[in-house]
Ligand binder design. Structure first.
Ligand code: AMP
Ligand code: MG
Length: 424
């Protein structure tokens, strides 16, 4: 076999992304839409607020009637109605009249200002309710105007947005009981390796439990894909070939783990060839996961050959598969978030390859810092659980010291450290 030529990470990423595909639209109930990708721009179907309303509990009145009001000369108003949110007063306010109004209620006809309850004094005279005002009010004060938040027809949620609870609030506001979302890509997962046991199996000498299958299944779920567990195959060419071939007709894309290196039982490269898939690259200048291989079938379906090493498999997914799922969902930015953080540890050795070090990003001492989560080997599984980001160390001729500012790629939003509203 030809020696593999590593290509830079950014080139590998760009190459894969040229094969992006987009999902079709489907309509699903609002409550099931969390974490799905919006398939069409969502428009406001009415102004918000839809009518002039009171932002406070208070009294609606005419500002002109308060012209002479001062602390020495309170002006009295007869209270002619009392309305809560959702109720529209049938009365029109005349001079020196007021309507007691609660937050969210529509401003009554004739009124052009609201004064808060706390700034008034109520009393009764001849069995009728009154209130007095000790200050001059400005027309329009304390009225939430129709359309001040948004106007009918404006794009509220862009297509490609991942649905969050905040997006759900908007969808509900604008009447989307069913929501247009992108159909999830079905992503098959096959693990390869004669050494693999099922999760429920007892440990056997020389074998290991299959952790990649469950891990990648969860990564697909979290990223917004529909994982399809196609099980494990042993390191046998025919069995592996048949499994991959059968999988292709059932999925939008396929992930395999293991068997992609140059060892005696690494059959994926030959399987891609036999399937007529075009190998986009088979070595990336990154650590871990340099053996990550991606191929495309004539149908355009992507075949992701991730390393069997758990950490390398994890990195390969986050760098290559996760953005493709986002792009399938029409998302504009295919990666979750980047940040700049201070290293808490030295990385004295230079590495020609770009490194992706599993780490926790924390906000401590008034700034973001990134700490490796443990053994930084591609075979490590124990350093994955605490990681919420990768420290990205560009390849080159120098190492890195504690205190250096580096980029981190976040893949989860949970972090540690003291909350930023605490002072220590
Ligand atoms: P491979 O990429 O097939 O050469 O595998 C590299 C290393 O990862 C080997 O030590 C394998 O035992 C290990 N490995 C492969 N597949 C899995 C898996 N599904 N779960 C956990 N470890 C694996
Ligand atoms: Mg293997």
């Amino acid at each position: 076999m030809k020696r593999r030529q590593p290509i830079p990470v950014d080139e590998a990423i760009r190459t894969v992304q040229q094969y992006q595909q987009h999902g079709k639209i489907e309509w699903i109930p609002l409550k099931e839409s969390l974490n799905r990708f919006i398939a069409e721009d969502i428009l406001a179907d009415h102004d918000v607020p839809a009518f002039d309303r009171s932002p406070y509990d208070g009294f609606a009145l005419r500002a002109a009637d308060t012209k002479e009001a001062s602390s020495e000369h309170p002006v009295d108003f007869e209270v002619i109605d009392h309305i809560g949110a959702g109720v529209v007063s049938k009365k029109t306010i005349g001079s020196f009249q007021a309507i007691r109004i609660m937050t969210g209620a529509k401003i009554p006809d004739g009124a052009d200002v609201v004064i808060m309850l706390e700034l008034t004094k109520t009393f009764e005279q001849d069995g009728r309710p009154f209130m007095s005002v000790k200050r001059r009010l400005k027309q329009g004060d304390n009225i939430a105007r129709q359309g001040e938040e948004t106007v009918k027809g404006k794009v509220m949620v862009k297509k490609g947005t991942k649905v969050t609870p905040g997006v759900i609030a908007l969808l509900a506001t604008f009447g989307y009981a069913v929501v247009p979302v992108v159909k999830k890509p079905i992503i098959g997962i096959i693990s390869t390796g004669t050494e693999l046991l099922q999760v429920s199996d007892a440990i056997v000498d020389g074998k290991i439990r299959n952790s990649n299958l469950s891990m990648v299944f969860a990564q697909v779920l979290e990223a917004g894909g529909e994982p399809l567990d196609l099980g494990g195959v042993s390191d046998d060419f025919d069995q592996s070939y048949e499994a991959v071939k059968a999988a292709v007709s059932k999925v939008d894309m396929l992930i395999t783990t293991g068997g992609v290196s140059v060892g005696d039982f690494d059959y994926l490269p030959a399987i891609y060839e036999k399937l007529g898939a075009q190998v986009l690259f088979n070595k990336v200048a990154m650590r871990p996961g340099s053996v990550t291989t991606v191929a495309a079938l004539p149908s355009g379906q992507l075949l992701f050959g991730l390393s069997g090493n758990p950490a390398a498999c994890f990195v390969g997914f986050e760098l290559f598969v996760q953005p493709i799922i986002n792009m399938w969902g029409l998302k504009k930015n295919p990666y979750p978030a980047f940040a700049e953080a201070k290293l808490t540890h030295d990385f004295p050795k230079a590495n020609p390859f770009t490194r992706f070090v599993r780490a926790t990003l924390q906000f401590t001492g008034g700034q973001l810092s990134a700490t490796p989560t443990g053994l930084d080997k591609s075979s490590a599984v124990t350093s994955l659980a605490d990681a919420n980001c990768f420290i990205v160390l560009p390849g080159g001729s120098r190492g890195f010291q504690a205190g250096d500012k580096v980029r981190v790629l976040l893949f989860q939003y949970e972090g540690g450290g003291s909350p930023c509203w605490m002072t220590n």
